[in-house]
Design a protein around this ligand. Structure first.
Ligand SMILES: *Cc1c(COP(=O)(O)O)cnc(C)c1O
Ligand SMILES: [Zn+2]
Length: 433
């Protein structure tokens, strides 16, 4: 692969989150050469030079509607081709009935189930495939619990790039079917996501594939930060008071933090929203560190187990940035049980029409908890991020509805011949609430 040349962008350097040293993108391929794999890099920009290109007026005049409208603050030269799948500028819905049910004022739903491969991960994978193309990579690869893989496979398919995937064999069927349909080579690792991650790292080193792994490739948070840009642009260049999002590896919450921080640095928003990372009780590495004050870099991995496969991570790869996102914005980590996560699927769907997979519904479960505990006030504007579609994990939605007693009403076609039976049966149809 050729070295990455970002000289024509507003990127100044890559700064290590551990030692603070700055590196040229040509020299530091993924992580800090001094610190190794834990030395995750953070992309730095020259905000003064980028400012004239990143104004509300300039963006309003942009003909680019998706995430590439924010290219002045992305690590990609203006001339670099991007995958054709339309990524970003997903809807931001006002959800007044959900807000009322929670006793809150304004609840907004950022609906990233609407991305081309049906999850938030498209924002990062689109950038990964663009960067791989720029470097002339022979193939792109990632380890994933499912969505990052589907996103990479879909983006790769859209550009004709070979794609290699490592998933835990336990990933939901829909996600694996999606990978195979996109034509990726899929290795189903009989083990955990964390083990699939290590195998992918070794494979990329050996084969020279472009590595999209979360919490290793420094550019993935840059793609993900576009959601924060969109939320503020959609709100008329204001920021919400608080944002809730499911956290596994911590890259999404780190990306949101970066996006809001970019806007604050440019003076486009007045203050940062508080960021709340929602973790499943069975995968609560960061919530534990937050509560005990333990350094996430030194804490021992846990054994992760949750119905929300997309936020199942025994050792969150982006734990340093994720902890900083929460601590620096005055937010917190919120822990929710699997049954609260499952409950949030029909809760969100019936109140807003947005159908989310467990990890995405976790944002609502976390908000419900936080509202009960007084972490958010009724006058505040709160945004929850629906990070993935409910169609990704139909079994979980079925379980959630069954637990609520929501079931189909069986009906024989013969009922048409008997008006009385028909009336009786239809009486069961209550208006949905
Ligand atoms: C990946 C993912 C998350 C969590 O993102 P992290 O960066 O791993 O914290 C949440 N929801 C969905 C649907 C995801 O695919
Ligand atoms: Zn370093």
């Amino acid at each position: 692969m050729q070295p990455l040349n970002l000289d024509t962008t507003f990127v100044t350097s890559l700064r290590c989150v551990l030692c603070g040293e700055s590196h040229d993108p040509r020299d530091a391929e993924y992580v800090c050469p001094r610190c190794g794999d834990e030395g995750i890099l953070d992309v730095q920009y020259d905000y003064e030079r980028a400012r004239p290109f990143f104004t509300p007026a300039a963006l309003a005049a942009s003909t680019e509607r998706g995430m590439w409208r924010y290219r002045p603050l992305l690590p990609l030269p203006a001339s670099a081709p991007v995958p054709p799948l339309e990524t970003g500028m997903t809807p931001l819905y006002d959800a007044p009935r959900l807000a009322a049910a929670l006793g809150l004022g304004t609840v907004l739903v950022k609906d990233d189930s609407r991305q081309p491969t049906a999850s938030f991960k498209d924002r990062a994978s689109a950038l990964a495939v663009a960067l791989a193309g720029l470097r002339g990579a022979s193939a792109v690869a990632t380890a994933s619990t499912g969505n990052a893989a589907a996103a990479l496979a879909g983006m790769a398919a859209s550009t004709g790039t070979p794609c290699v995937i490592f998933v835990p064999a336990s990933a939901p069927k829909a996600k694996i079917a999606q990978l195979l349909a996109y034509g990726a080579t899929v290795f189903a690792v009989e083990g955990t996501y964390d083990q699939a991650f290590d195998i992918c790292m070794a494979a990329c080193r050996r084969m020279g594939w472009y590595n999209r792994n979360t919490g290793y490739n420094p550019y993935m948070a840059e793609g993900k930060k576009t959601a924060a840009f969109e939320i503020c642009e959609q709100m008329g260049w204001r920021a919400p008071d608080a944002v809730f999002v499911g956290v596994g590896d911590g890259c999404i919450i780190a990306g949101l933090h970066k996006g809001f921080a970019d806007l604050a640095a440019l003076g486009l928003i007045e203050r940062m929203p508080r960021l709340y990372g929602v973790q499943a009780a069975g995968s609560d590495f960061l919530a534990r560190c937050f509560e005990t004050g333990q350094d996430p870099l030194r804490a021992a991995p846990i054994e992760a187990k949750t119905v929300a496969d997309s936020i199942s991570a025994g050792l969150p790869r982006d734990r340093i940035k994720a902890m900083a996102a929460v601590v620096r914005t005055g937010g917190s980590f919120v822990r929710v049980e699997d049954d609260e996560i499952l409950r949030a699927i029909p809760d969100l769907a019936a109140h807003t029409g947005v159908f989310a997979e467990p990890a995405a519904a976790a944002s609502l479960a976390g908000l419900r908890r936080a509202a009960t505990e007084g972490l958010v006030a009724p006058h505040e504007t709160v945004c929850i991020v629906a990070t993935g579609s409910g169609l990704k994990d139909v079994a979980a939605a079925e379980r959630a509805c069954a637990a609520l007693g929501r079931h189909t009403i069986s009906m024989s076609p013969g009922i048409l011949t008997d008006q009385r039976l028909l009336d009786e049966a239809l009486a069961a149809a209550r208006p949905a609430r």
